[in-house]
Design a protein around this ligand. Structure first.
Ligand code: ZN
Ligand code: ZN
Length: 352
């Protein structure tokens, strides 16, 4: 079967011919992939930065944001049928550790991630534990269902940081930043500002009608954010760029007592004046990873059903899976929102 694989430990990503998966293991199902989103994580793996080169064992078929149809069901699986349309939580938790058993499955110490630690969804077929499946309602089209996962990242970040009635600054206008802007508005933020240097992404952010879209390289960036936030600076910063310089600037402008949620993965260590920028300002720093299982999934489904037009503003490209190189190039150029790859008939079908 066709798959998109990190074949060797260097920059790049390649197509590969893998043995077609047939019989699912106990508790597992096979899902024939309809469509899959290219994630920032996949882009990290493409670039082979410090994080990905320390984590991935090549060769590895990547991809973890997807929708597909169940094509085979293993032993000890109930409640699912062949042909059913599903997405899935890509974090496979152990279910037994202290974190799993105290409602924190998303930070299980033994988490394996589909497309990072085990073969992923950028393939004609992927094997998934039935316990990780999410049934997709008919009203949600494939191009939206394929991005449950990153909308879940944005939802988890926005809900954890508690944005209602507060001034929110989103640092980075990539897909998760864009989804976060839409969700923060829907959750009653007092104001939403998006900081993004790339013009194409800034234009996408403007389409979502936040209170401010600002280029961090503009000399009046700080004063414009202060204008929107009543002169105090944001009470909530959602850092999705992974850029150390941007994080430092965001900590400078954040109001004392602000919550600063970090979701972007820096390519390496970041230097911070913790004393001046965090301790003395009483900043609450939050690392955000994955999605709460499965509270976040319910929240995302409700958001998708109510706001399909917002999701269409962020999903900017649907490409045949075989044109994946073009998708990664778009991400390299920052010339896109979310890019979705169409795996139906490996590009012959059309994603609805
Ligand atoms: Zn993702
Ligand atoms: Zn666990």
């Amino acid at each position: 079967m066709f798959a998109i694989t990190k074949a060797k430990p260097e920059r790049g990503i390649w197509s590969s011919d893998q043995p077609t998966l047939t019989t699912p293991g106990r508790g597992m199902v096979m899902v024939d992939v309809i469509a899959a989103g290219i994630c920032g994580t996949d882009y990290h793996i493409f670039r082979w930065d410090q994080w990905s080169s320390g984590r991935i064992r090549t060769p590895m078929t990547i991809g973890h944001e997807f929708v597909g149809r169940i094509s085979a069901i293993g032993e000890d699986v109930s409640g699912y049928e062949i042909g059913q349309r599903v997405s899935a939580e890509c974090h496979i938790a152990c279910g037994q550790c202290m974190l799993c058993r105290t409602g924190n499955t998303h930070i299980c110490e033994k988490t394996e991630i589909i497309g990072v630690d085990r073969p992923g969804a950028f393939a004609e077929r992927v094997e998934i534990p039935a316990s990780n499946l999410w049934k997709v309602p008919d009203a949600i089209p494939d191009r939206h269902a394929a991005v449950f996962d990153p909308i879940g990242n944005a939802m988890h970040m926005v809900t954890t940081a508690e944005v209602t009635s507060r001034d929110v600054l989103i640092v980075g206008g990539g897909p998760i930043g864009l989804f976060a802007a839409a969700i923060a508005k829907a959750h009653g933020a007092r104001s939403v500002s998006v900081q993004e240097p790339n013009q194409a992404r800034a234009a996408l952010a403007k389409d979502l009608e936040p209170d401010l879209v600002v280029n961090p390289r503009d000399p009046d960036c700080t004063s414009r954010i202060l204008d929107v936030t009543g002169g105090r600076g944001p009470d909530v910063v959602l850092e999705v760029s992974g850029n150390g310089v941007a994080l430092n600037a965001a900590l400078d402008i954040a109001a004392p007592g602000a919550t600063v949620a970090l979701l972007g993965i820096p390519g390496g260590p970041v230097e911070l004046d913790l004393g001046g920028k965090v301790v003395m300002k009483g900043i609450r720093l939050l690392g955000v990873t994955g999605r709460r299982m499965y509270e976040t999934w319910f929240q995302v489904e409700a958001f998708m059903l109510k706001n399909p037009e917002l999701i269409d503003k962020v999903v900017t490209h649907i490409l045949p899976a075989r044109d994946f190189e073009q998708g990664f190039q778009l991400m390299d150029d920052g010339a896109c929102g979310k890019v979705v790859l169409d795996f139906q008939d490996i590009g012959q079908g059309e994603v609805a």
